[in-house]
Design a protein around this ligand. Structure first.
Ligand SMILES: Nc1ncnc2c1ncn2[C@@H]1O[C@H](COP(=O)(O)OP(=O)(O)OP(=O)(O)O)[C@@H](O)[C@H]1O
Ligand SMILES: [Mg+2]
Length: 313
């Protein structure tokens, strides 16, 4: 930092401190922002390992579907930023949890939303009894100490927020903390992973080419019948026969995507239905509640899906 930047920086810090007097707790945003949801992560105090809270100690269940594990391992070996694409509830989050466990790396997950600011990712000054102190945001924490940072539904974030990941996702592998006047050189273990659902994309909500082209991408989808039934049985506790029937219902609904349904029934929904059935809820009621009602408000579509349910239960 040159002298001028240093002075500017000191002046801005002072300004922030006075703004913070009005908005206790948040020093770098206007008072109203104190109410906004923030993605900032506070590591448990007194912890010597700043990433302790993000280490995955138990193996997450992942049913291998194809070559996704080997491909991800190869991408991690060269620290290629990765993009997981696929419909809701098909296993993207579970996969990244599994891979973080398999690679023995901590995982910091951020649910992106349109009010998210660059400060929510990078960090901000906070006021406490001892004065102003810097708090790393989840991205800075991951880059500084070496975690996998997973930005879930990244298209939800505004493009001016998304660009903060650019210097981290090219050869530079660095994160400038402009407000703090620091540049973090990413830890060798750091990797960035983003997810998005291409089906929800609109012209307004897409990633810039300059963002997309920094990533390798893996496509996810609902697995084929037998594999999905195995997953549903494992996760919900229903028998394989019942799980198979649930998958048949989902397959019917998936064929209606674009013909009255925005999205088909996901693996996640099948697990919900299966869990209800495993608890003793009659299958018909479980399917109506967990599979049909959540995805349609249209009476005709609801009746058509209810009819599909009755052919199996
Ligand atoms: N191959 C798989 N192995 C094990 N579990 C799976 C697999 N695929 C899906 N699942 C199950 O499906 C559930 C939903 O998956 P997950 O939450 O990872 O979806 P997602 O793709 O991240 O959805 P969203 O886009 O809505 O966040 C998981 O909790 C898990 O139980
Ligand atoms: Mg997810």
């Amino acid at each position: 930092m040159n002298t001028l930047t240093r002075r500017l920086y000191a002046a801005r810090t002072q300004q922030r401190a006075s703004a913070a007097a009005l908005a206790p707790g948040v020093a770098d945003d206007p008072p109203a922002a104190a109410l906004r949801p923030t993605a900032a992560v506070v590591p448990p105090s007194g912890d010597t390992d700043p990433l302790a809270a993000y280490r995955i100690t138990r193996e997450p269940y992942w049913r291998v579907v194809g070559d996704e594990v080997a491909l991800y391992e190869a991408a991690y070996a060269v620290r290629m930023p990765m993009m997981l694409k696929g419909p809701t509830g098909c296993g993207k989050t579970r996969f990244v949890e599994y891979m973080a466990w398999k690679l023995g790396k901590p995982l910091i997950t951020v649910a992106c939303h349109e009010d998210m600011t660059a400060s929510d990712l990078v960090g901000r000054f906070l006021l406490d009894a001892s004065g102003t102190r810097w708090q790393d945001g989840p991205l800075a924490l991951a880059a500084r100490y070496g975690a996998i940072c997973y930005l879930d539904e990244v298209v939800e974030a505004r493009q001016d927020t998304t660009v903060v990941i650019h210097p981290l996702t090219d050869k530079r592998r660095m994160l400038p903390l402009e407000k703090k006047g620091e540049v973090i050189e990413a830890h060798p273990d750091f990797q960035l992973v983003i997810s998005f659902n291409p089906g929800y994309q609109s012209l307004m909500k897409d990633l810039k080419q300059s963002t997309k082209q920094r990533f390798g991408a893996l496509d996810f989808d609902y697995p084929e019948h037998e594999v999905e039934a195995e997953i549903v049985a494992h996760e919900s506790g229903v028998d394989r026969d019942t799980a198979g029937k649930l998958v048949h219902i989902a397959e019917r609904a998936r064929n209606l995507k674009g013909h009255g349904l925005d999205e088909g029934i996901s693996t996640r929904m099948l697990i919900h239905a299966g869990s209800l059935i495993a608890q003793g809820v009659p299958a018909l009621s479980a399917c109506r509640m967990a599979l049909v009602r959540p995805i349609t408000d249209d009476a005709d579509m609801r009746d058509a899906l209810d009819a599909a349910v009755t052919t199996y239960f």
